[in-house]
Design a protein around this ligand. Structure first.
Ligand code: ARG
Length: 401
């Protein structure tokens, strides 16, 4: 069974598995919102002589069971990347195993190279979920250059699309990753044609657009007051943010295997929803919860990025994170304007912010006289240490160090 995208690598892989391994190949294409031509992929697979092909629409499951947990975990790898590619890998692997078992497959193959993160995610998830099936990553063992691969494709009647050569694209409904070509020079601004989901900020409308997102128990349920299903909601926010030039990311990323890479993404909905979610958490959770959860979130996104989605630690953290979301209900309003995004208002029935308590002018239940004693105790050790240090310092200013 081969995870098939319809692209050059996995098409060549079908032939390779048929010839080198004498295998009957079953292909599966999992739709996580990559916006690619699934019917085309199926036709291509059949033309290449596969035994069977499966096209699986997993978009709803992806939104509900993969993206929503990431929202609750404020998942931004290295503070920047909403792990749009990373999240889809364990789901694709899960589908491969399900169908593989059903079809009696003996091996599970994927088209990852030996340089990226995806090989780590596929290998670990596939072999954890199905220890009895062999996991293969034949491209990792090839020494074919891109040109040689193209020649092989031509010789074997594998169709090649021309736009496959400019950038390497990987997309899911949570975002689009753009790699290779001109982008490999980290000092150069990405060319305009790298982007498809976002307009250039300078071409965005001259008036700001406001968007309000409603959360229930930590997940978004409505946009501008209109209730929506998870997938529909994410697609809608992608559109709204994208037309305002919001969602572009360009950063240097540490891959699992140690390489640094220059990564360019467009993740309009992800950036907006994550910003709103985090803001709401700060309003409804205690400072102790907020501070502690930060470290849990960091650990969660690291596991999800690093291919350890099925590690028990991830479910342990999920248990904590789910519990923490009980009060994360309310609305967050953001202002989108020419590539910028700012939270400009929020409200919640569980708000711990009380404008009367914080107010400087009004006599309220907050008794200021407690502050003096609190500060006395709060700073006690700090003052003691400084006093001790001063007492040990030489009396004269002339020292021979
Ligand atoms: N660096 C990102 C990640 O590891 C995006 C990788 C894009 N993948 C790809 N096969 N083009 O999640």
């Amino acid at each position: 069974m081969l995870a098939y995208s319809g692209g050059l690598d996995t098409s060549v892989l079908i032939k390779d598995l048929q010839e080198k391994y004498d295998a009957q190949v079953i292909t599966v294409t999992v739709d996580v919102g990559q916006g690619e031509d699934l019917i085309g992929a199926e036709e291509k697979a059949k033309k290449l002589g596969v035994l069977k092909h499966f096209s699986i629409d997993a978009k709803d499951e992806f939104a509900k069971d993969y993206i929503f947990p990431a929202i609750k975990a404020n998942a931004l790898y290295e503070g920047k990347y909403p792990i749009s590619t990373s999240l889809s890998r364990p789901l694709i692997a899960k589908k491969m195993v399900e169908i593989g078992k059903q079809e009696g497959a003996t091996g599970l193959a994927h088209g990852c190279t030996g340089r990226g993160n995806d090989q780590v995610r596929f290998d670990i998830t596939l072999s954890s979920l199905s220890p009895e099936m062999k996991v293969l990553a034949p491209i990792r063992d090839w020494s074919m250059t891109r040109e040689e691969e193209m020649d092989y494709a031509k010789a074997n009647g594998i169709p090649i699309s021309i736009n496959a050569t400019k950038y390497s694209i990987d997309a899911s409904v949570w975002g689009r990753a753009i790699e290779c070509g001109l982008l490999e020079d980290a000092s150069v601004e990405p060319p305009a044609d790298a982007y498809e989901w976002t307009v250039a900020p300078e071409n965005a409308p001259d008036n700001p657009e406001y968007i309000t997102i409603t959360f229930e128990v930590g997940v978004p349920v409505a946009v501008n007051g209109k209730a929506m299903q998870p997938l529909e909601l994410i697609e809608e926010v992608n559109k709204i943010a994208g037309r305002n030039g919001v969602g572009r990311i360009d950063h240097i990323e540490d891959r699992i295997i140690g390489l640094k890479s220059r990564e360019v993404y467009e993740c309009p909905a992800a950036l907006v929803i994550l910003e709103a979610h985090k803001d709401l958490e700060k309003m409804v959770m205690t400072r102790h919860e907020n501070l502690f959860k930060q470290s849990i979130d960091d650990q969660w996104v690291f596991l999800a990025y690093a291919g350890l989605w099925v590690d028990p630690l991830k479910s342990d953290l999920d248990a904590f994170i789910n519990q923490s979301q009980e009060n994360v209900n309310g609305e967050v309003k953001l202002k989108l304007y020419k590539g910028s995004m700012q939270v400009v208002g929020r409200s919640s029935p569980n708000s711990l912010y009380d404008k009367n308590l914080a107010n400087y002018n009004i006599k309220t239940g907050f008794d200021q006289s407690y502050a003096k004693g609190f500060i006395e105790l709060w700073g006690m050790q700090t003052k003691m240490c400084n006093a001790l240090k001063a007492s040990k310092e030489p009396k004269t200013s002339k020292t021979t160090k």
